[in-house]
Write a protein that binds this ligand. Structure first.
Ligand code: 5GP
Ligand code: ZN
Length: 113
């Protein structure tokens, strides 16, 4: 289910433009609006949930599916030499969009966190 007020749900529905680089029935990958690395993509499930702690079996299956797809998507988008995945969870991590997403960072030598 999508959430009418959620910015990532709006991107999934095509209501907000984003540089979508990959899409299928379960997930969508698009360019971050404010990239923190030469390549900065966001991989999102096409179902709205906020946190890893909220996942049921269906969400766990989608997350596993996404992790299986990410290596090829990263390689096709300039991260053939390596990349970093980040999933911010909650306020201390600085999570700003409460639709679970995986940051894919790469395209250059990344610094320490
Ligand atoms: P968080 O801090 O929640 O882990 O990451 C949210 C990310 O979403 C940020 O890196 C931010 O730049 C990105 N973002 C927020 N709004 C939009 C948007 O409307 N379009 C795109 N492409 N990225 C967005
Ligand atoms: Zn959403």
């Amino acid at each position: 289910m999508l959430d009418g007020k959620c910015v990532f749900c709006k991107i999934i529905k095509g209501e907000i433009p984003a540089g979508i680089v990959y899409e299928d029935d379960k997930m969508c990958v698009f360019k971050d609006l404010e990239p923190k690395a030469k390549v900065h993509l966001l991989a999102v499930p096409k179902t709205h949930f906020k946190l890893l702690a909220e996942m049921g079996e269906e969400e766990k299956n989608i997350l596993a599916y996404m992790l299986g797809k990410i290596p090829a998507i990263a390689a096709e988008n300039g991260c053939g030499n390596g990349y970093r995945l980040i999933i911010n969870q909650g306020d201390d991590a600085g999570q700003t969009v409460f639709h679970l997403h995986i940051h894919i960072l790469g395209g250059e030598q990344l610094g320490d966190l």
